[in-house]
Design a binder for this molecule. Structure first.
Ligand code: CAO
Length: 460
């Protein structure tokens, strides 16, 4: 005998109208009790709601972006009567569990998980951003949330769901070493698989690929022996972007192509526009807005630069994107962030400049939403407002190229038998050499430089 049960959001403490950021199941999925159903994210915590029953998902009542509170319907499940009885018994026995036990479970480490598999999800929702855990409708969420938030150990727990944790344990993978590619650096099953693949290929290459020069352990030096020191923790943004940059630098064979664009005429146009229009429009037209437009025209001509590598079916493929969402690096007091302006091909430079200004302000105030930083197909990193002549930007995976821009300076250019002063903009294009050949990169930057010298070329 089976019956249809509606699963609702359980008591989640003081949280109300919490956005759903992930749906972890779909209709037809066979679930075990305690499998995660959805992830909620409030300002302060990430909350994963587990299934109270084992059974089959029939219908899903929520979608990503919906806001839910205690009692909101999540889904309906077909549950065998036997399982509902078991769930009720389990709930009763958990209610009898003393609070200290629940708190210890919430911050338990992997060793404890092994001894108590029924509690394994307790730390699953503890993310680096002080995310907290909620397990089992019969427990007291507020106790568990505070237990997670209070525990320093819990703050650094990897952010992964119960099934991924189980999978990682089966393979003996230490999740703290795995970089998550899901929302908020959440670790997905594919990340664990990629980690294992990488570890296997590393061990195969050990002592062979390095020509006798394998990586040495990181040097640990007592700097205090040499003089006064100060310890400063890295900001959260730097810790996350550092892990991403490290992965991208190590995993992508980068080459950087340097070039120069003559932007004398473009700068004259920009200045004239700003002098005449800025007061009315209220938006400052910057070089970066033109660069985005010009880069998009170049991406249309060279689609492999607006792409990502994909090996999900076991072969290497290129996913060419027919949309033009450009990320741009913003220097903030807490570190580097990369908001994204969408559909650049459908926008004029004024609209782009307006969005640039708004997103840069939000970035500096730390108010960007995760969606403001998603979906880029290509990125521009401009240090032109600060200085420098060239640099080697690191590709923002899974993109395959990034354009670095340095400060434009007046240079003497030989034209028609004489040197004339021209405003020259340095370009540094880093590209993934697995996807892009050097010749294509040189063609791309030459074409981009031509467009910047004469924006009318962006029309073609
Ligand atoms: N050459 C010469 N001058 C430039 C220039 C360039 N390439 N780019 C900008 N400028 C000028 C601007 O015209 C502006 O001058 P005025 O105030 O006289 O008009 C001034 O520099 C400041 O520009 P800006 O930085 O406010 O505006 P922007 O649109 O060029 O850049 C943003 C916006 C968000 C990209 C920038 O503020 C920023 O944060 N840059 C840093 C990005 C970064 O850290 N990259 C490194 C990533 S790898 O670690």
């Amino acid at each position: 005998m089976s019956e249809i049960k509606k699963v609702r959001v359980p008591d989640i403490g003081d949280f109300k109208d919490v956005p759903v950021i992930e749906i972890l199941v779909k209709a037809g999925d066979e679930l075990a009790a305690e499998d995660s159903l959805i992830t909620l994210e409030s300002d302060k915590a990430t909350i994963e709601v587990p299934s109270p029953y084992a059974g089959t998902v029939k219908t899903i009542s929520v979608k990503v972006g919906d806001r839910v509170s205690e009692g909101s319907e999540i889904l309906s499940m077909e549950v065998s009567a036997e399982h509902t009885d078991e769930a009720a018994k389990a709930a009763q026995s958990e209610q009898a569990e003393p609070p200290q036990q629940a708190e210890r479970t919430a911050s338990s480490d992997n060793g404890q998980d092994k001894a108590q598999p029924e509690h394994e999800g307790a730390a699953d929702t503890v993310s680096a951003e002080q995310a907290s855990a909620y397990r089992g409708s019969a427990r007291q969420p507020s106790q568990m949330i505070s237990a997670s938030q209070d525990s320093k150990q819990a703050e650094v727990k990897p952010h992964a769901g119960p099934s991924v944790r189980r999978f990682a344990r089966q393979l003996g993978v230490d999740l703290s070493k795995v970089i998550g590619s899901g929302p908020k650096q959440r670790i997905l099953k594919e990340d664990v698989q990629a980690f294992v693949k990488q570890a296997l290929s590393k061990s195969q290459n050990l002592g062979v690929g390095g020509g006798g020069f394998d990586l040495l352990p990181w040097p640990h030096v007592d700097f205090a022996k040499f003089g006064p020191i100060e310890l400063k923790s890295l900001t959260r943004i730097k810790q996350i972007s550092g892990a991403n940059l490290h992965r991208n630098w190590v995993m992508i064979p980068h080459v950087t192509q340097f070039d120069e664009a003559d932007i004398t005429d473009l700068e004259a146009l920009r200045k004239e526009y700003n002098e005449n229009q800025q007061a009315q429009a209220g938006t400052k037209l910057t070089i970066l807005a033109f660069l985005m437009k010009a880069a998009t025209a170049a991406l249309k001509k060279f689609p492999e630069f607006n792409a990502s590598l994909d090996s999900s079916n076991g072969e290497a493929n290129l996913v060419i994107k027919r949309y033009y969402h450009l990320g741009f690096a913003v220097d903030t007091p807490s570190g580097l962030v990369v908001p994204v302006i969408r559909d650049i091909d459908q926008k004029g430079v004024m609209m782009i400049a307006d969005e640039l200004g708004k997103l840069s302000s939000l970035a500096r105030e730390g108010k960007l939403k995760p969606t403001d930083m998603q979906g880029a197909s290509f990125t521009i990193s401009s240090l032109g407002g600060i200085g420098g002549t060239a640099f080697t930007p690191i590709i923002n995976a899974p993109e395959v190229a990034i354009l670095g821009v340095s400060r434009a300076t007046l240079k003497p250019v030989y034209r028609n038998g004489e040197f004339v002063p021209r405003l020259i903009l340095p370009l540094s294009l880093s590209y993934d050499h697995r996807v892009i050949d050097g010749a294509s990169a040189a063609r791309f930057t030459s074409h981009l430089a031509s467009i910047l010298a004469d924006m009318r070329l962006a029309l073609f």
